[in-house]
Design a protein. Sequence first.
Length: 119
Amino acid sequence: MADNKLSAISKILGYQILIIIITTLGFALAWGWQRALSPILGGVAAFIPNLYFAIRIYNSAGQDAKKIVRTFYAGESGKLLLTAALFLMIFQIPTIEILPLLFGYVTALSVFWFALLMR
């Protein structure tokens, strides 16, 4: 059972990396590599917190229910804080473009929506 969960988590994270690469290449081909920085950073701002959350949840497997629930809430809180910290760092870059940044972020998060549809 844990292998199936790890497989599903790995697939989702892998698809997130794939969509980040596709989005970045699309922006690079259309507007150049300088403009492609924004969507890749938006994708990374979605991917890193999800990776953190996935590791926290995976490591809680086999524990009692209360511990899993606490880990879930702590992981989600950490994920939100990590997302905010990443965006604060990204907004320090003077050449960042907001719409491509948000496009990269939303496309990386959209993997979850499509994963639900495929199940």
